[in-house]
Design a protein around this ligand. Structure first.
Ligand SMILES: NC(=O)c1ccc[n+]([C@@H]2O[C@H](COP(=O)([O-])OP(=O)(O)OC[C@H]3O[C@@H](n4cnc5c(N)ncnc54)[C@H](OP(=O)(O)O)[C@@H]3O)[C@@H](O)[C@H]2O)c1
Length: 397
């Protein structure tokens, strides 16, 4: 392994984590060496090669990990291939803690942690890692949508923190908003469709389909979470809205975001089993949602499930937007963000593209990791051997 390459610890190897490993392995195979993966951790176990000596999990080992996990096997079944060397650890959480503790000792090893979990338990350990001089790249929104103090502590080391994939997957929403804020352009409003699932549902409603029909179609097509209420509740969009608000320095908490859920509390997962919701609950929602669609059409507008970040407030829910606006024209699962600012006025800056999918998200986090690799302090050159009495600038006299 080349000296000086950053060492990557991938935390979480589900859809996004495995797509990330696949993209890194492909680069290795093409001799376009990026970072060196030295550990892979899931909710139970860990595989780890050498830190700080610089061994890495080879591309063949990464493919072996991908194959095992995609077959539903655990990390313990990964076989050693070619020169791949690693240690298997029964307790992934413990191994993660050990690696984080090693950051300070091996500060010059340039460690980067990529959080590809959906867990809220990683924030504390990531905070320690960033304070110990490691780089952090997130696909997981939870560490930066918890308490504001944790958010600031994680992000204040701007050079060692990236989270582009937490909002809009691989689309550069965070980078764009950060550039505007840093350059002093005053953002007056951001409005966006930040859920591919809800975008699909809104397009179906616009085409005259019943809410129950379009939600069932979305579930069958794999666009929703296993329980579609995880999407329909709006909580995931609320986290994205909060991230956009915090980029502007707004001291808001998740509880401050006003969220309109597309189902009432009595149809929530704590009160109604999934089957009942799919078969009966959804049908009861058809009429009230069809009424909202009709009202929007009557005012020559389009009904969208949008996040609005304006005047110090975040709201998430159904809104009627002008049909000719970028949001009004949006169809299908794409994400879209309109940013109105001093410079982008009266026409907003509009970013649109695929806002979900494991490959897009993984390529976003890989781009973050490569940026961190550029930013982390270089590995110091080894101290030169002290000259002996008989040497003069390296020449033996
Ligand atoms: N999928 C997308 O299109 C997309 C788009 C944008 C952002 N994201 C975000 O990316 C993250 C990952 O999404 P995903 O679809 O890959 O999820 P996923 O398939 O559910 O994978 C989650 C992975 O995290 C592991 N994990 C859970 N808790 C852990 C812990 N405490 N320590 C270490 N590993 C842990 C799981 O381990 P096991 O394998 O042992 O279960 C699993 O490997 C989520 O936060 C999601 O919101 C996803």
């Amino acid at each position: 392994m080349e000296a000086g390459r950053s060492k990557l610890i991938v935390v979480g190897c589900g859809g996004v984590g495995l797509a990330l490993l696949e993209q890194i392995a492909l680069l290795e195979k093409q001799d376009k060496h990026s970072v060196a993966v030295v550990a892979v951790i899931d909710s139970k176990h860990a595989l780890c090669s050498g830190i700080p000596e610089g061994r890495q999990l080879t591309a063949d080992t990464l493919y072996e990990i991908i194959s095992c996990k995609r077959q539903g096997k655990d990390l313990g079944s990964v076989k050693r291939v070619d020169r791949g060397e690693f240690n298997f650890h029964e307790n992934g959480a413990e191994m993660l803690k050990t690696l984080v503790n090693s950051c300070e000792e091996f500060r010059h090893s340039r460690l980067i942690f990529a959080d590809c979990t959906a867990s809220d338990s990683t924030a504390a350990v990531l905070l320690e890692a960033v304070q110990n001089g490691a780089g952090i790249a997130l696909a997981n929104k939870k560490p930066i949508t918890g308490p504001y103090d944790v958010y600031t502590a994680l992000t204040q080391q701007g050079k060692s923190f990236r989270a582009e994939s937490t909002c809009g997957a691989g689309m550069p929403l965070i980078a764009t908003v950060t550039r505007l804020v840093r350059s002093g352009d005053k953002i007056s409003k951001m409005a966006g469709a930040l859920s591919g699932t809800l975008g699909y549902v809104m397009s179906g409603l616009e085409d005259g389909k019943a809410f129950s029909q379009v939600v069932r179609e979305a579930k069958a097509a794999g666009y929703t979470e296993p329980d579609p209420r995880d999407d329909l509740s709006g909580t995931d969009v609320a986290r994205k809205a909060l991230i956009l608000a915090r980029l502007q320095g707004w001291r808001l908490e998740l509880a401050d975001v006003t969220v309109e859920s597309l189902f009432p509390t009595e149809m929530g997962p704590d009160s109604m089993p999934l089957n009942n919701f799919m078969n009966e609950g959804l049908l009861a929602l058809d009429a009230p949602i069809a009424k909202r669609v009709e009202e929007a059409a009557a005012s020559d507008g389009a009904l969208r499930y949008a996040a609005t970040v304006q005047d110090g407030k975040c709201t998430v829910g159904l809104v009627v937007v002008p049909k000719q606006s970028a949001l009004g024209q949006l169809r299908g699962t794409d994400n879209l963000l309109e940013v109105c600012s001093g410079c982008y006025n009266p026409n907003p800056l509009v970013l649109q593209g695929r806002g979900a999918g494991t490959e897009t998200t993984a390529s976003g986090i890989l781009a973050d990791i490569l940026e961190l690799d550029d930013c982390l302090p270089p590995v110091p050159e080894p101290e030169p051997e002290p000259a002996c009495d008989n040497c003069f600038y390296g020449f033996v006299l």
